[in-house]
Structure formats: structure tokens, C-alpha cells
Write a protein that binds this ligand. Structure first.
Ligand code: HEM
Length: 499
């Protein structure tokens, strides 16, 4: 890689400074907790508006922190389900003086994400930490500047554009299935992370970033791990603090900043932006103002798409493979559909429309294991939801993992039944009973990308291989920023036909 020019260095330094400043944007009370709540034990509601029911606290002052933070990830999630069962659709928690509510009812999810989305902002601790990495990209920004960014980026995710990426989806899938050997034991989670990273690198920057020595690939992987740890850590030393972890984090960020800026600069000086996502974002203009994205904005969007766009899809696929190994009848139906649609050949964009059951299987897997298992918001104003007081600047948790199991909306909630997503059975479902991609104006911009990508990867895999779960392993959920299997997923690959 070439030595960066002094100008590039200056710009990369300016970006690092900007990010550090953004990360210091005050969170108000949200980060620290309200001392009055800590002492009184509950927020103050206006006369006549009751507080939502709350489970008994295990540790005085710390509130529900221990039941929700200090336990095994899987137990924590089951605890949320139990809270809903015992206390109803709006449950109140307290963490060291901070008030939080879980909204489990689809109607209340709709309020927060859609109808009153202007009140329910993203000023949460988790978002604050994500801003360290993503700056003010689409996922982390808010207000008018978010809207302008979304308008600029939206055309790059148009269905027709995504169909043009199908070649990249298929190339990466073919390379993956060709690298396995009959009888080999592999970590399906690692394989899915690798294939989706390869795809995001190819579609975003037009390069393969998965080589052993590839600086982008390893920096992205390190940052994904770091973000997961930071968002979940109770005590987190901010990046300027001199620790080993922070040094590695800063190094990875510098590598990515420099490479992305070099790419932008090279494309600008060659006068071609390219037909990958970065090129589309460089060419895009705001319909109202005609403005293009600045380099700093482009950098933040590239980082956002890198991070938001590969671990989520990888987890959706990993849990799908897990479920298929548990339900051989469903796996047989997927194989039969894949054989009929692909005819033993390469997966293409037009196959996605006919891989109907394969898509239902992915949808049902994301119901039981939603990769974005928790979406957090913080209301800017006091609100009343389900008849209960929701104080401004508190936290609101919308948890697809819980709502996707709501017994009023799902029959046999724990059962794996992809036919639930047939058009007939989906027709009467509440729009927000199922929200793996969020909803309202902040709906995942990559949802169609992710679905087609996952369909083509799964179809290519099922065409050639049967993956069996290695017996004796404990498959546990790890709820970090995304929901992943805690110890990976060991599977044995059996070849179906000669490739
Ligand atoms: C199965 C895969 C995926 C899942 C489950 C998923 C889930 C989500 C969810 C729940 C949100 C909303 C977060 C919120 O409201 O706070 C979101 C936003 C976002 N996702 Fe995805 N995502 C997936 C794949 C992708 C892909 C492939 C890309 C890009 C190529 C992507 C890019 C984004 C971006 C940029 C946002 C922010 C959109 C905005 O606020 O304007 N996602 N995603």
C-alpha cells in the first residue's frame, strides 16, 4: 500500500478529531442516570398517570442491573420474556438510577418506531458508543442531516441496483462452497461472517477484503468485536485512554480511515467513481439541494455499511443453518426447491423470486433469532403508552426477540414453522408483530439487499452440501449488538453431489 500523502494524513487526523468530538456529545441524564430516581426508586409521574409495573429489584440502588446484565446472555433474554409474561406489555426497569421500559406489544412498537418516531430519538448509551466508530453515518445520525443522508443513499439500495450485485453474492457463495471438503468439520458462524464480509467488501468498495493479510478485512473484524464489547461493557475506557485495547482499536480505525480516503481520492483523481456502493454514494446528489456527500460523510457511511451490513446477515444465516439441522423435514423442502429453481446451476438474481420457501425459512429463522435482537430509543418528551407514564430521557427497549414470541400474535411461539410466512398466513398479521429490520422512517436501508444475499448464499450452500450439527456442543445465544451463537456453530459438511 502506498505511503499516504501529507494532505491525506491531515484529513485522516481531522476525521479522527471529529469522531472524538462527536463521541463526546453529551447524553444528558441518559448516560448517568437521574439521582432523584436513584434515591426515590421510581420516576415521578403526572397526577392520574400510573407508573408501569416493575419486577422486584434484586439489588437495592442498582435496580434490575444484576438480573439483566450480570448473567448468562441466554438467561437474560429468557428473563425479559418472563417479565413480559408476569407484568404485561409495558414493563419498567431501573438501572442505577436510570429508568427503562420494555415495549412488547406491536401497537407500542409502532408508536415508537413509526407514529411518534420524532419523539423517540437515538440518544442512548449504545448509540453513543457506536458513534465512536461510525461517526454520524446513517445508523447513528438524527434529524435533518440524517434525512438528507438517507435521501442521498436510498437510490443505491434500489431493487434494480441490488439485482446487479447478485453476481457478487453468487461469486462469494461459490468460492465458499468450493473451499470445503467432504466430511470436514467447520464453524458455520465463521464461514458466514467470511462470506458476508467478502460480499460487503466487493459490493461496497469493489475489492476482496477477506485475504489472510488484508488490512481492511482484519481491521473490520477487530472493530466488530470491539464495538460488541464496548456497547455491553458496564465500565468502558473511552478510546483516548491509554490501554492495550484502545491502542488496537485506534490502529484499526486509522487503517480503515486511510484506506477509505485513499480510495475516494484515487477515484476522484481518475474521474471515475465506479459502480460499487461507494461509487453510487460518491455520485449521489440530494434531490432538493443538489449537494454531494463530503469525504467525512462518505467515510462514515462506508464504515456504517461495513459494520451494519455483514454481521447481521451472517447471524441470520448461521441461525438458519442451526434450525435446518434440527428440522430435517424443512431442510428437505429447501433442497427440493433449490434443485428445482437452480437446476444444479449458479444462483442468479431472478431466482430470488422463485426461492419462495427458502425465503420463508430465513424469515422464520429471523423471527426466532432476530440478528438485531434489541432496538433502543430515548423519548425526548414525556409520553403515555399503554396507559403508563414514560418519562423523557429514559430508555425504551423494543425487543424483536420478545415481540416475535408474543402469544397474542404468534401461535406456538417457540416452534419453527416457516409456513407462517406464506402469503395466506401473513395477511392478517400486525405489521409490528415482526420487525427484524426495524420500521418507520429508520427501517433498515439494506433489508432487500440482505434478503437477496441470504437467499442466494443459502441456495448455493444447500445445492451442494448438507451441514449436520456436531453433537455434544452447547449452542447458546450471545446477545451483543447482534445476536450470535456464543461458542460458534460446529457443523460437519457432507457433499450432496460432485461440484
Ligand atoms: C439480516 C440482515 C440485517 C438485519 C437484521 C438488519 C437490521 C437492521 C435494523 C433493525 C435497523 C434499524 C435500527 C434502528 O432503528 O435503530 C437497521 C438499520 C440499518 N441497516 Fe440493517 N440489517 C441487516 C442488513 C443490512 C445490510 C446488508 C445493510 C447494508 C448493506 C444494512 C444497513 C443498515 C443501515 C445503513 C441502517 C441505518 C438506516 C437508517 O437509520 O437510515 N443492514 N438494520
Amino acid at each position: 500500500m502506498s505511503t499516504p500523502s501529507p494532505d491525506l494524513r491531515r484529513r485522516a487526523d481531522a476525521m479522527a478529531l471529529r469522531r472524538a468530538l462527536q463521541a463526546r456529545i453529551p447524553e444528558g441524564r441518559r448516560g448517568l442516570g437521574d439521582p432523584r430516581v436513584m434515591l426515590r426508586g421510581a420516576p415521578l409521574a403526572p397526577p392520574g398517570v400510573p407508573l408501569a409495573p416493575t419486577p422486584p429489584e434484586t439489588v437495592p440502588l442498582l435496580g434490575h442491573l444484576r438480573s439483566l446484565q450480570g448473567r448468562d446472555g441466554e438467561d437474560r433474554m429468557r428473563e425479559l420474556l418472563r417479565f413480559r409474561e408476569e407484568h404485561g406489555d409495558v414493563v419498567r426497569f431501573r438501572f442505577a438510577g436510570l429508568t427503562a421500559h420494555l415495549f412488547a406489544n406491536p401497537e407500542h412498537v409502532k408508536l415508537a418506531l413509526h407514529e411518534r418516531n420524532r419523539i423517540y430519538g437515538k440518544g442512548t448509551r449504545g448509540m453513543h458508543k457506536l458513534r465512536l466508530v461510525l461517526g454520524l453515518g446513517l445508523l447513528t445520525n438524527e434529524g435533518d442531516s440524517w434525512l438528507s443522508q438517507r435521501r442521498i443513499a436510498q437510490p443505491a439500495f434500489h431493487r434494480k441496483r441490488i439485482a446487479a450485485f447478485a453476481e457478487d453474492f453468487a461469486d462469494a457463495s461459490e468460492a465458499m462452497v468450493a473451499s470445503w471438503e467432504d466430511g470436514q468439520t467447520l464453524d458455520a458462524h465463521y464461514e458466514m461472517m467470511k462470506v458476508t464480509l467478502r460480499i460487503v467488501g466487493q459490493t461496497l468498495l469493489g475489492t476482496d477484503v477477506t485475504g489472510e493479510s488484508d488490512a481492511v478485512g482484519s481491521a473490520v473484524s477487530r472493530i466488530v468485536e470491539d464495538v460488541n464489547e464496548r456497547v455491553n461493557a458496564l465500565v468502558d475506557l473511552p478510546p483516548p485512554f491509554p490501554s492495550r485495547r484502545n491502542r488496537l482499536f485506534r490502529q484499526s480505525m486509522e487503517v480503515l480511515d486511510r484506506i477509505v480516503l485513499e480510495m475516494i481520492e484515487a477515484r476522484r483523481s481518475a474521474g471515475v467513481s465506479g459502480d460499487d456502493l461507494l461509487g453510487m454514494l460518491m455520485d449521489a446528489r440530494d434531490a432538493d439541494t443538489g449537494a454531494a456527500m463530503s469525504d467525512a460523510q462518505l467515510r462514515d457511511e462506508v464504515m456504517t455499511i461495513f459494520l451494519a451490513g455483514h454481521e447481521t446477515t451472517a447471524n441470520a444465516l448461521t441461525w438458519t443453518l442451526y434450525l435446518l439441522s434440527k428440522y430435517p423435514g424443512v431442510a428437505r423442502r429447501v433442497r427440493a426447491e433449490v434443485d428445482a429453481v437452480l437446476g444444479g446451476g449458479r444462483a442468479r438474481a431472478e431466482h430470488a423470486r422463485d426461492l419462495v420457501y427458502t425465503k420463508q425459512v430465513l424469515e422464520e429463522a429471523m423471527r426466532l433469532y432476530p440478528p438485531a435482537w434489541m432496538i433502543a430509543r430515548s423519548p425526548e418528551e414525556d409520553d403515555v403508552v399503554g396507559g403508563y407514564h414514560i418519562p423523557r430521557h429514559s430508555l425504551v427497549f423494543l425487543c424483536p426477540w420478545v415481540t416475535h414470541r408474543h402469544p397474542d400474535h404468534w401461535e406456538d411461539p417457540e416452534g419453527f414453522d416457516p409456513d407462517r410466512f406464506s402469503p395466506e398466513r401473513s395477511a392478517d398479521r400486525h405489521r409490528f408483530a415482526y420487525f427484524p429490520f426495524g420500521g418507520g422512517p429508520r427501517l433498515c436501508i439494506g433489508n432487500n439487499f440482505a434478503l437477496m444475499e441470504a437467499q442466494l448464499i443459502l441456495a448455493t450452500l444447500m445445492r451442494d452440501w448438507r451441514l449436520d450439527l456436531v453433537s455434544g456442543q452447547r449452542v447458546a445465544m450471545e446477545p451483543l449488538v447482534t445476536l450470535r451463537p456464543k461458542h460458534g456453530l460446529r457443523m460437519t459438511a457432507h457433499r450432496r453431489r460432485s461440484a
